[in-house]
Design a protein around this ligand. Structure first.
Ligand code: FE2
Length: 378
């Protein structure tokens, strides 16, 4: 509910019944008008362009009616109502957190010692609250396990079906992670792999990866996940200048390990939004190409920061490890959480299948479930 509304030609100031005040510009209010000539009633999409709004837009009246805000714009002489709750939810008149390297609201960074978020296959299929909790864990922590699934090949595709779509690549709709005689990728060997994000040579990068275990009786082969955002936070604390270098210059990544494929990207190891929010990590020793975009004078300091980030990532205090059993899988947010595996050998076998999917689909499914069941358990 609103208490009062005052205005001049270009700004409306409202006071909510909580006592909070907020200012809104005439151009912003007009662009976000909720009337059916501005927003399509069915799909909610905007019907006008920025050019449809008169450049001399102004407010000629603003008043509280039934607790909501009613504004009349000139020269259109158009009157529109803005619900108080909508204004409260979309207020921008407050101090914005612009700390460089901050994480988005809803992100919780972690290191070794947390319990790996986990859900049960049957539960997420039968119980929407369980599915919602599993998706929410991926959103908050950047990874989650799924246990108790079938041990048939291609079961990982059913994991993606729970929230979205598989993203096909040159590796196919999914790929086999097991020892091959002439591997096209070091993942298909028994070698241990340093914690990494997958496929940084793609642009856009695959945003989710699913790794699904079908056999794992070999010695070793444990999976380890590391929170790249926590690693970036640590680097920023220990070496702010190094953090700025890894965020401020593009790295280069490349893969041309099989015929007809030559993937290249030019993106930073630590990616920030224009206002400094941490949005992505790319870290992969196998596919980092020669770095040629860092000024000569900064190259040694860049490498020192790269080494330091690697040391943080390799620190055993950072990783959460687990050995997947057949029928178990995990999802990682490949823009944030790195995955590693211990080397394996000897008797027995290790067979995982992996695929990529897109985080926007997962977050969309989660947000739609949260809108449908706002009262569901947190
Ligand atoms: Fe990988």
């Amino acid at each position: 509910m609103l208490r009062t509304a005052t205005h001049d030609a270009s700004v409306v100031t409202v006071e909510f019944d909580t006592g909070t005040k907020a200012r809104f510009h005439a151009i912003w209010l007009r662009d976000n008008a909720l009337d059916p000539e501005t927003r399509a009633p069915g799909n909610g999409q905007r019907l006008i362009t920025i050019g449809d709004i008169p450049s001399d837009i102004s407010v000629s009246a603003a008043e509280v009616r039934n607790g909501d805000l009613t504004v009349t714009f000139q020269p259109e002489d158009k009157t529109v109502t803005f619900p108080a709750d909508w204004l409260a939810a979309h207020s921008y008149d407050h101090d914005h957190d612009l700390a460089t390297g901050r994480t988005a609201p809803g992100i919780t960074t972690w290191e070794r010692g947390i319990d790996a978020p986990s859900a049960d296959w049957d539960e997420v299929h039968a119980n929407p609250a369980a599915k919602r909790g599993w998706l929410a864990a991926v959103a908050e922590y950047g990874f989650a396990k799924l246990t108790g699934g079938p041990t048939e090949p291609e079961s990982l595709l059913k994991v993606a079906d729970l929230f979205g779509y598989v993203r096909q690549t040159n590796y196919g709709p999914y790929f086999e992670v097991r020892t091959e005689v002439n591997p096209t990728n070091l993942a298909y060997t028994g070698l241990g792999l340093q914690a990494h994000t997958d496929n940084p040579y793609r642009d856009p990068v695959p945003t989710l990866q699913i790794l699904y275990c079908l056999e794992n009786s070999a010695e070793g082969g444990d999976s380890i996940v590391v929170d790249g955002f926590r690693a970036a936070e640590k680097l920023r604390e220990q070496n702010p200048d190094g953090f700025a270098l890894l965020a401020g210059y593009p790295a280069r990544f490349e893969y041309k390990g099989s015929d007809g494929v030559c993937l290249r990207s030019r993106r930073p190891m630590i990616e920030l939004s224009p206002d400094g929010e941490l949005v992505g990590i790319r870290f992969n020793n196998r596919s980092t190409a020669p770095l040629v975009d860092i000024p000569f004078d900064q190259m040694e300091a860049y490498y020192a920061a790269y080494r330091q980030l690697g040391e943080i990532i390799d620190d055993p205090a950072m990783g959460v490890s687990f050995k997947l059993e057949p029928g178990e899988s995990f999802i990682v947010d490949n823009t944030r959480v790195l995955h590693a595996r211990l080397g394996y050998s000897g008797a027995g076998s290790r067979w995982l299948q992996g695929c990529y999917a897109d985080k926007d689909g997962l977050l969309s499914t989660l947000a739609a479930m949260e809108m449908d069941q706002p009262e569901a358990a947190e």
